[in-house]
Design a protein around this ligand. Structure first.
Ligand code: CO
Length: 285
């Protein structure tokens, strides 16, 4: 096995979500329905508080995990069971929606930049109807590893002998926020069974023969090593990989199950007000 070449590059599609808020979606669009075990990736970014203030009022989720990483700004989170949290710059929330959560995600920004990612990670059939829960992590909860010319914040998984505070037993997710100095290189060996992507959100990078200009999402091909080099400016990207689940995916908006019958059940439960079966526990605010 050799270096993982870039298999597919995508330009984010601007989609309207919540109360008319624009997000930039890559996974979860007609170009890339999913990237097992990942179901959706949204990037949100704006200097104008009016773009986001309407936020994402009450909406349901069932059958997967949402992982929200705030790069800049504030996001207030509240659910129908009374849990509440505030994600600050550099903080993250791991929400296992599993059997069902109804919540709102509302920006608190009055000025300045608001920027972040939301990733949906699928759950195997055996976990889809398990108990929901949240975990919130302050910015300083994440270890930062310094390498020659690169600085790596480990959000999920194990990296270079360091454990991130979040470990995903089901799909073995590795989620890194990587800063690379101009002209320097980041290299990392990965298990070749993992699938995933990079998203360059600051500066221009190169991986193998492929240019990765700012705001490029790219699917990693087969191989066991990822190599990303910064060009003239500092680069910042996320690298996210996970073990594919390999089960059928039935999705209708915020419900992701294995069969159409389970989707119909989720829709009926939501309509009948019984989507939320038990109170999600909030840990680590
Ligand atoms: Co949500």
């Amino acid at each position: 096995m050799g270096t993982r070449a870039i298999q597919q590059k995508l330009k984010a599609m601007e989609v309207t979500e919540g109360a008319g808020v624009s997000v930039f979606r890559t996974i979860g669009t007609p170009q890339l329905r999913n990237l097992d075990p990942f179901l959706m990736l949204d990037f949100f970014c704006s200097n104008d508080p009016d773009d986001y203030i309407a936020g994402f009022p009450d909406h349901p989720h069932r059958g997967f995990i949402t992982f929200t990483y705030m790069l800049d700004g504030h996001m207030l989170h509240r659910d129908s069971m009374g849990n509440e949290g505030d994600l600050r710059s550099g903080a993250a929330q791991w929400m296992k929606a599993a059997s069902g959560v109804i919540h709102s995600e509302m920006p608190k920004q009055s000025e300045g930049l608001m920027r972040g990612f939301q990733l949906w990670i699928n759950l195997p059939a055996s976990e889809k109807m398990s108990s929901p829960g949240y975990q919130e992590y302050a910015p300083d909860a994440f270890p930062v590893v310094k390498q020659d010319g690169a600085s790596i914040k480990a959000l999920v998984g194990h990296f270079d002998g360091v454990d991130a505070p979040i470990q995903d037993q089901n799909t073995n997710v590795l989620y890194l926020d990587i800063s690379i100095e101009p002209g320097k290189q980041f290299k990392h060996t990965l298990d070749d069974e993992l699938s995933g992507f990079v998203y360059v959100f600051e500066g221009d990078a190169v991986s193998g023969n492929t240019d990765l200009p700012e705001q490029t999402f790219a699917v990693l091909g087969e191989g066991d090593e990822v190599v990303v080099t910064a060009q003239e400016k500092p680069v910042r990207l996320i690298l996210v990989v996970g073990r594919p689940i390999g089960e059928p995916i039935a999705q209708y908006g915020p419900f992701v199950m294995n069969s159409p019958e389970e989707i119909h059940q989720a829709m009926a439960d939501y309509r009948d007000g019984v989507l939320v079966r038990e109170k999600a526990q909030m840990v680590g605010t």
